[in-house]
Design a protein around this ligand. Sequence first.
Ligand SMILES: [Mg+2]
Ligand SMILES: [Zn+2]
Length: 206
Amino acid sequence: MSHAAVFVDKDGTLVTNVPYNVDPAQLRFEPGALAALARLVSVGLEIVIISNQSGLGRGLFTWPQFLDLRQALERRLRDEAGVALRGFYICPHAPDAQGQATCDCRKPAPTLLLRAAQRLDLDLSRSWMVGDTLDDVEAGRRAGCRTILYDSGGETLWRDAPERRPHARRTHWSEVAATILADAWRERPSAGHTRAPRPAAWQRAG
Ligand SMILES: [Mg+2]
Ligand SMILES: [Zn+2]
């Protein structure tokens, strides 16, 4: 059976947003993010980063610089939380002067999530997208995922549309994890074969 994933935006969600940063020394995880990801992984969820990195297309940093940062991020997730990422998908393209995408992979397009799901055999309908902007929410909804707006102040425009309304809005990673775990727990009995009802304690005693 394909796995459920938690797709996570990088800047402003997993790590505190430092615009166009590629210096590993400036990586700061958002409060509670490491513990939350460890909990999500412990119930079998796959963690996949989905990130717009227009700094590449804008010429603000190079691929080697970005790959160094990515490696440092993955190493810290492993060392500090025991979390191995299942995937890391980015859009490297710059939008036009009006902020409109010039490619088909920049969020709010769902392309990166769809690509990850196909390559990694992920069940989008049981997966979540967590991000700090409504573009993340829209990408998640268009991919068929549930969505959480992690409100760290990253959204400034609040352009409204049905596909930009998150399923939940949270301000701390511990609440993000609790929301996803509550749902994963509810779904568990129907995920595979039907289970016999658990006998009451007095029935098990003998
Ligand atoms: Mg972001
Ligand atoms: Zn792109």
